[in-house]
Design a protein around this ligand. Structure first.
Ligand code: ADP
Ligand code: ADP
Length: 231
């Protein structure tokens, strides 16, 4: 599904620059469920932002389903992102002037789906995430955990081919976190490829492969021996 070749990313730091991704080589097959781990500041979010086609300041080659992302302009990358990806942001990134229902509906607005079907999908998703009562509220009226749920609902409502999740359960109770991981497993079994960043061993157990990033380098890439058997 994805090939990253020699991906490098740096940020300006004073007169110089600091490198946050170094010569990343990564192949992701359709249907994988990958966990990215590593210390804070290692480059995990930066790598996720590249994969999600949200960042266009990197060097190297990125192939997405045989398409050369590195030759695309910003608009073309955004189009691929809308068509194929869903992203759960660590700090939610909900749109403040849209209601919960409108935030969740957003990915559907990029697709060719009828109004009535969209309404049904939003209603289903609100129900599934147990936030029907919050649908007309704005993000600022929600707790952090509730905002996180809305962010996850928005990322999965269109059943993306590629789901990226940055600490998706960081603000949830352990029972909620488990429900979200069960949902991810279900999506994965239905064909969604997943890449999650997490510090949680419990969440990592759902993945089939672990990648470790340290100081911008990929320092480990192994099958997950602790993977929970599908129940
Ligand atoms: P992680 O997700 O592993 O905690 P990040 O990818 O968020 O790491 O960050 C990697 C490094 O890049 C950190 O040192 C961080 O401070 C730096 N960084 C991330 N985003 C920016 C930015 N927009 N501008 C400058 N430095 C950044
Ligand atoms: P998220 O992980 O959801 O993107 P964060 O709160 O980690 O949210 O980061 C918010 C934004 O700040 C991101 O766009 C990230 O690239 C940027 N950022 C992170 N670290 C730094 C840094 N050291 N300097 C400047 N910007 C940063």
């Amino acid at each position: 599904m994805i090939q990253l070749r020699n991906i490098e990313r740096s940020y300006k730091a004073g007169v110089g620059q600091t490198w946050v991704l170094r010569r990343i080589q990564l192949d992701i097959r359709e249907g994988e469920f990958i966990t990215i781990m590593g210390p804070s500041g290692a480059g995990k979010s930066s790598l996720l932002n590249v994969l999600a086609l949200l960042d266009d300041q990197w060097l190297g080659e990125y192939w997405f389903r045989e398409q050369a992302v590195h030759t695309m302009n910003r608009k073309q990358r955004a189009e691929v992102a809308k068509q194929y990806t869903g992203m759960v942001f660590q700090s939610y990134h909900l749109l403040d002037d849209l209601t919960v229902a409108e935030n969740i509906d957003l990915p559907l607005s990029y697709k060719n789906i009828s109004r009535s079907e969209r309404q049904a999908m939003v209603a289903d998703t609100l129900d599934r995430f147990n936030i029907v009562g919050k649908k007309d509220l704005f993000p600022s009226q929600l707790s952090g955990g509730q905002q996180q749920l809305v962010g996850i609902a928005r990322a999965v409502i269109h059943k993306p081919a590629l789901l990226l999740a940055d600490e998706p359960t960081g603000n949830l109770h352990s029972t909620q976190a488990k429900e979200i991981m069960e949902l991810f497993r279900e999506l994965n079994q239905q064909g969604t490829t997943i890449v999650q960043v997490t510090h949680s061993e419990a969440n990592a157990a759902y993945g089939s492969r672990v990648i470790e990033v340290r100081d911008g380098w990929m320092t480990r890439d192994t099958a997950n021996p602790d993977m929970e058997m599908t129940k």
